[in-house]
Design a protein around this ligand. Structure first.
Ligand SMILES: *Cc1c(COP(=O)(O)O)cnc(C)c1O
Length: 299
């Protein structure tokens, strides 16, 4: 599909205390300024399936800052589908659009705002047409898992560990099926609380994974000053940004594991930069409104 990147770089990174192990990142954030990262891998086979079924319109779900909504809007535009986004929060309908929703609308996505209660039922607020293809929130289905297997390529076989963050767990599930024989997948949850209902367990090869649930920094989309400090230091040391919701927390957790001697000397770790940088402006607006330290976006 035309919107998938052809080559994704791995880049050596510096983390405090990482002189005895080697840490690289796969820069899925690099190839598009707004819609970057794992979301395209989740959408690839969904859109292919939609196309095979003769669908004309893609309908999907997300929150107001959702990377999935932004990516889906863009991918639908590129692939020639109409798109509808069911957005959580009816009060947003008459408010000024944030950057994510503005972008989605600029790609032609039609937004429909629903209450949290209706949203949580995961049902459409209208009757689907036969030519509608529905993608669940976060691209969380079998097609999404299938696409995420393609994040790893042959040249990644030399790493001992692959690290990834978890929201729905679909990306981690896909990676768990793509590991090379000696590899283990380190999964860093961005969510607070039990993951028992997570799609991760439905789709992943969990034997090959090690799940870390203590690096959510207070909960999903919470961004305390210690995390902002970490992201700003990382930016100064490595010259590129981490998003505060997923990759920032993963790298924070990975740094903690490195410093606490989790890895043997010489271990080679590849962390997946799943993108999501479009969320920084919204997060900074929130931090600023609360008088908190903001994420630095220029050096
Ligand atoms: C959505 C997202 C994730 C989480 O992916 P899941 O497949 O939902 O677990 C990680 N990083 C970024 C930047 C994302 O946008």
């Amino acid at each position: 599909m035309a919107f998938l990147p052809t080559e994704i770089k791995n880049q050596c990174v510096f983390l405090p205390g990482c002189d005895r192990v080697s840490v690289s990142m796969k820069r899925l954030d690099l190839w598009h300024p707004v819609v970057s990262g794992n979301k395209f891998f989740k959408l690839k086979y969904n859109l292919e399936a939609a196309s095979k079924m003769g669908a004309k319109r893609i309908v999907t779900f997300g929150g107001a800052f959702s990377n999935h909504i932004a990516a889906c809007a863009y991918a639908c535009k590129s692939a020639g589908f109409e798109s509808v986004g069911i957005i959580r929060g009816e009060e947003l309908e008459f408010q000024e659009r944030n950057a994510t929703l503005r972008f989605a609308e600029s790609c032609g996505m039609q937004l429909q705002f629903v209450s949290r209660e209706i949203y949580s039922q995961k049902q459409l607020p209208f009757k689907a047409a036969p030519t509608d293809f529905i993608i669940p929130e976060g691209g969380a289905n079998e097609w999404g898992v299938h696409g995420c297997r393609e994040i790893l390529s042959e040249s990644d076989s030399t790493y001992d560990y692959i690290a990834v963050s978890l929201g729905t767990g679909i990306t981690a599930a896909g990676l768990s099926h793509a590991l090379f024989p000696q590899q283990q997948l380190l999964v860093f949850s961005a969510l607070k609380g039990a993951l028992t209902d997570s799609d991760f367990f439905t789709f992943a090869d969990a034997k090959r994974c090690r799940l870390f649930e203590q690096y959510h920094c207070g909960g999903y989309a919470k961004c305390p000053p210690e995390l902002v400090h970490f992201i700003n230091d990382f930016y100064k040391q490595n010259g590129f940004l981490l998003d505060p919701i997923y990759t920032g927390k993963m790298m924070f957790g990975l740094g903690d594991l490195v410093q606490n001697g989790f890895f043997k000397d010489g271990a080679k770790i590849l962390a997946i930069h799943t993108g999501g940088l479009q969320a920084i402006s919204g997060m900074n607006a929130r931090l600023k409104a609360n008088g908190l330290l903001e994420i630095q976006t220029e050096l």
